[in-house]
Write a protein that binds this ligand. Structure first.
Ligand code: C2E
Ligand code: MG
Ligand code: MG
Length: 704
């Protein structure tokens, strides 16, 4: 009590003497002071209802507010400066007017630190009901306020997270009723906030996914954490929306009170996944499933066939001479052809739903025929061939293209993708070797062919150095006079290991392996050498026709090589005739260039196997040619087949109208020679006159 002003103290003592009044005051003050000692406690005397003077302040007030003994007896305005004094005055007046405790909060700087405070002003009345004192208790609530701010902030953050979340976030109680949802939910579901609230969440889920979603809900309620699931929800419009859905338990005081359901619309994502998948598994040009697709599908077809004990067929299709067409007509035309082929092949699916068509790459296609047998597969192969009977109309030009097809059957020819494709490919190579434009089923002995090819290749590599190559000569006979002035040089290989090997067998292999280059050069050299020998024996008006393969024709030093061989053997260039097949001569500027150079050095040029190529014949006018050789396939049936007779006649007329000579190949019968003579064909070669024979025999029989 030592801090109470003397004058006021005596007044207080008087009041305290009033027993009732003092008891009441003591009780209140004691209770406050004793119970809340760390609070700032003031006792204010009320004068005339609106002047408040300090009569008491506790330790805490002395320490923390700017209160000291001199403050006692002073008014609020005398102790506290400015605005804040007015504010306090108002509060005190309010407590007195209301005649009940009032609470107010403010923040103030105490000892240089900003604090939040809460004050309770309790008016104390005398017996007459007059307010005589006000007890003020000010409590530091900085910590409490900060906590409150923190809560508010985190609530705002949470709200912001919800409001701006791209995902729909829905809170659902334990009975699956929606409590609230964020704005994204309205977008994904099409429902408004009002429509969603109190709705059962499962009513949003597509019925077929209801069970799975509810199971996830129950698991989440039990605190089991689960992965995302994908399911469909039903938009208000009835449209199904693909969503990825996650559930998180709402934990309040360690108890799960509900579930947050987070949903992401993945319709777009799925769509772009689908597009991506399409690109990965389809061929860009034709739109057909590609090799990756085939790989996966075969895997499935194998397991399905295994399970149901079924057979399936695999057709490996390759377009004949596609490279030639692509190179000569341009890639644009090549692409058009591939697209058209893809379309024609796909049309097979309309007749037989068990057929699937793939583009394996380049000009190769693969067909899978499920649940079939050999006979049915053969029917499909026939249908495939018939698809190519109509010409392809590409940039207003007609092209006849044939396919070669190799077929393997599951399980006979292979149990997996790799083996089945390999078997079909082996069969395909066989078709190619035998003249293309057909199909063949794989058979075991084709494998042997493979190792035989390898052996052949090994031997062929050593053929030149082992001196195993020979040239035979076949006379070309003048059909009117019977005289022979030209011979075709035909290569023979007397292999030490394999015996005589037919050029039909080793020339394609030599072309494939590149061995044709040294072999071809040997032929040119050897033919010139032979002409030189005959020349030295006085036979100066003989010419020899040398066959050139396509690959040789593309050799940059070809013309130079021929020229050297001619010069070094001291023969006349007109004694050499170069035979090139139509296929080897592409209708390009390069070809014309090479042919012109050959012409310049003075050699003759003839087109071998004329009529079997696919050329448009327009080249005949542009190329510097001398001779057309009618292919033996036409000559063979010239007497029995009207078509072949017509073709042969036409070729002869065509050649003459262009100023070319004609040589008919493969003449075996006098009647054929007679026919050719009648049609004005001037020369022929064939077994009727002589088989290809060694040079020594030519000398004996023809150069007497
Ligand atoms: P090609 O140039 O068309 O040669 C004509 C083929 O017909 C020769 O076959 C010849 O023996 C054969 N032949 C000739 N008269 C008759 C006949 O009356 N009846 C039958 N059935 N066949 C007849 P060969 O010698 O087996 O040559 C086959 C092919 O190999 C040649 O066809 C030619 O394309 C190629 N060839 C041969 N020698 C060479 C060469 O030195 N270089 C190149 N690049 N290819 C060659
Ligand atoms: Mg020839
Ligand atoms: Mg020929």
């Amino acid at each position: 009590m030592n801090r109470i002003n003397q004058q006021l103290q005596s007044e207080l003592e008087l009041d305290i003497k009033d027993k009732n009044y003092s008891n009441k005051m003591t009780l209140i003050i004691n209770e406050i002071i004793l119970n809340v000692v760390s609070d700032l406690v003031y006792l204010m005397k009320v004068d005339h209802g609106n002047t408040f003077r300090y009569v008491y302040a506790n330790e805490a007030a002395y320490k923390r507010a700017n209160i000291n003994e001199h403050s006692m007896g002073l008014t609020i305005q005398e102790v506290i400066p400015g605005e804040f004094a007015n504010y306090l005055q108002e509060q005190y007046e309010k407590a007195v007017t209301l005649n009940e405790p009032i609470v107010f909060q403010d923040n103030l700087v105490m000892n240089g630190k900003e604090i939040y405070s809460e004050s309770i002003l309790t008016p104390i009345n005398d017996d007459a009901g007059q307010c005589r004192y006000v007890v003020s208790v000010t409590r530091d609530i900085t910590d409490k306020m900060q906590e409150k701010f923190r809560m508010l902030e985190s609530q705002q953050r949470y709200k912001s997270l919800m409001d701006h979340n791209m995902d729909a976030v829905i809170s659902v109680n334990e009975s699956r009723t929606i409590l609230n949802a964020n704005p994204s939910t309205y977008g994904i579901t099409g429902y408004t906030e009002k429509e969603l609230t109190h709705l059962l969440f499962l009513s949003l889920v597509a019925s077929e996914h209801g069970k799975k979603v509810d199971q996830l809900f129950q698991d989440t309620l039990q605190g089991k954490t689960k992965d995302n699931i994908t399911c469909q929800i039903v938009h208000k419009s009835g449209m199904l929306i693909d969503v990825q859905l996650k559930m998180i338990p709402i934990v309040v005081n360690v108890e799960i009170k509900g579930v947050y359901i987070i949903m992401r619309d993945i319709t777009e994502q799925l769509r772009s996944n689908e597009v991506l998948k399409f690109i990965t598994y389809h061929d860009h040009l034709t739109g057909l499933p590609n090799r990756s697709s085939l790989k996966e599908d075969i895997h499935q077809v194998v397991s399905k066939s295994k399970e149901h004990d079924q057979i399936f067929g695999l057709m490996y299709l390759d377009l004949d001479r596609f490279k030639f067409l692509n190179d000569s007509m341009g890639h644009y035309v090549g692409d058009l052809l591939l697209k058209e082929v893809a379309q024609r092949l796909t049309s097979l699916k309309e007749i037989n739903q068990n057929i699937a068509v793939y583009r394996q790459g380049g000009d190769e296609f693969i067909l899978i025929i499920e649940d079939t047998n050999r006979c049915q597969t053969q029917d499909v192969a026939d249908q495939v061939l018939s698809l190519f009977q109509t010409p392809f109309l590409l940039t207003s030009q007609e092209f006849y293209v044939t396919p070669s097809v190799g077929i393997s059957m599951y399980p006979k020819d292979g149990l997996d993708e790799e083996t089945l494709i390999k078997s079909a490919d082996t069969a395909l190579s066989n078709v190619k070797d035998r003249g293309r434009g057909h199909y063949q089923f794989y058979s075991q002995d084709m494998q042997k062919g493979d190792s035989q090819t390898m052996l052949l290749e090994t031997c062929l590599r050593r053929a030149i150095e082992k001196d195993e190559l020979l040239l035979y000569y076949q006379p070309q006979v003048d059909l009117y006079t019977g005289e022979v002035y030209s011979y075709e040089a035909l290569l023979r290989w007397n292999c030490g290991l394999l015996g005589f090997v037919s050029p039909a067998d080793f020339i394609p292999l030599a072309e494939e392996t590149g061995l044709i280059i040294p072999i071809g050069e040997w032929v040119i050299e050897e033919a010139c050498l032979q002409l030189n020998k005959w020349r030295s024996k006085g036979h100066t008006n003989i010419s020899v026709a040398i066959n050139l393969s396509g690959r040789q024709f593309q050799q940059p030093n070809l013309v130079e090589f021929i020229k050297n061989a001619i010069t070094s053997n001291n023969i006349d260039p007109s004694q050499i005739e170069i035979e090139i097949t139509e296929g080897a001569m592409q209708d390009t500027r390069e070809t014309i260039g090479i042919l012109n150079k050959l012409k310049e050095i003075g050699v003759q040029i003839s087109v071998d196997d004329f009529g079997t190529g696919y050329s448009s014949l327009s080249y005949l006018k542009r190329f510097p040619l001398n001779t057309l050789k009618i292919d033996q396939s036409f000559v063979r049936d010239v007497l029995s087949d009207e078509k072949d007779a017509a073709i042969t006649t036409t070729i002869i007329h065509l050649a003459h109208s262009l100023g070319f000579n004609v040589v008919a190949e493969g003449v075996e019968l006098e009647e054929q020679a007679e026919f050719l003579r009648r049609m004005d064909c001037e020369k022929a070669q064939g077994y009727l006159f002589s088989k290809p024979v060694p040079a020594s025999q030519i000398e004996k029989e023809f150069l007497k």
